[in-house]
Design a protein around this ligand. Structure first.
Ligand code: XIL
Length: 318
């Protein structure tokens, strides 16, 4: 049995992976990505981000998103759609000009309206807002914050509810929130505030970009997820990877295996943690080496397509 089979047997909705567009011409890669016993869900690693979807103002291009979403759908794999609003990977037209508050709110609505309508029946969940908080729990200083103010988050979720289908789960997604800390506490506060005001939100995504040997403990991860499930939200592990300081070794692989398994078990054991998504499964296409120099081998499958100890450790806890 593969990881998705095991995850479903364990009561999760899916075990999934990010897929990036350049991987689509690699047939060996695709034979694993599209193997529904391993992966029951896909997330476009880039294809639905603003810079690709609306490269010019009010000009929409769904080519890259479709290339990931359509085959997954045809394959019977669930789709987590990613992401309507982020501070990163924005098009130049948006970042190189100062818009007024009113303009930027209408730009945001128009973007969400078009992308949500286009993918109306395609997404189990949308990451409506990605990475809006700093580590100390304050709002991240982005063009959204400095032009619109903190209400931009409410606008984004209200627009998402207005234009997505009724079943689509609306998520807030972030990293370094897998412990109860200033950042996750601030997000829980935002959720309570939304609930008081009637702003829609259904879930919180835990990215879980981790480092071998220094991931939050099982108990810490469960406790952080419970901050949200006790408010009636679902949670998911949305971008799991565990990167290692190179060179790799058998000891590091054994530690990485424990770290992966811990997170998967934390989700499995938390009621309303619906699934785990890895931020790609094959080392050569991982984002890690580009962003964290000297680190790598963060995935479950190694370059030669062998399954690492981490794969078997995940299978074991499911
Ligand atoms: C990353 C992609 O994997 C890279 O290919 C891209 O160059 C940058 O973005 N958090 C997120 C993801 O929410 O969208 C990011 O994906 C990784 C960190």
């Amino acid at each position: 049995k593969g990881l998705n089979d095991l995850a479903r047997r364990a009561g999760l909705l899916y075990f999934g992976t990010a897929v990036d567009n350049p991987s689509l011409n690699n047939s060996k890669y695709l034979s694993i990505a599209y193997d529904t016993s391993e992966f029951g869900q896909a997330t476009p690693a880039n294809g639905q981000k603003w810079m690709y979807i609306e490269p010019q103002r009010n000009v929409f291009n769904y080519t890259m998103g479709d290339a990931i979403i359509k085959p997954a759908k045809n394959n019977g794999q669930m789709r987590r759609c990613h992401t309507f609003l982020w501070h990163s990977q924005l098009p130049d037209w948006l970042t190189s000009k100062n818009y007024t508050k009113t303009e930027l709110i209408s730009i945001l609505e128009n973007h969400i309206k078009n992308e949500a309508t286009y993918y109306k029946n395609d997404c189990y969940a949308w990451d409506v807002v990605n990475e809006a908080f700093n580590e100390d729990g304050t709002y991240r200083n982005t063009l959204w914050l400095w032009t619109i103010g903190p209400e931009y988050l409410e606008y984004a979720f209200k627009f998402a509810r207005k234009y997505t289908s009724r079943q689509t789960k609306l998520y807030y997604n972030d990293y370094n929130v897998e412990r109860v800390n200033n950042k996750s506490i601030a997000i829980a506060k935002m959720v309570r505030d939304f609930q008081r005001k009637g702003v829609p939100i259904d879930g919180v995504g835990f990215q879980a970009h981790f480092k071998t040997g220094s991931t939050p403990s099982y108990e810490e991860q469960v406790a952080s997820m419970k901050q949200f499930t006790k408010l009636g939200l679902e949670v998911a592990i949305t971008e799991l990877d565990v990167r290692t300081l190179l060179p790799d070794s058998a000891e590091k692989q054994a530690q990485q295996a424990k770290d992966y398994a811990n997170t998967v078990k934390a989700c499995k054991d938390t009621d309303d943690c619906v699934g785990v998504t890895v931020w790609d499964f094959w080392d050569p296409v991982s984002w890690v080496p580009d962003v964290f120099p000297g680190e790598g081998v963060a995935c479950l499958w190694s370059a030669n397509y062998t399954k690492k100890p981490a794969y078997y450790a995940v299978a074991d806890v499911l």
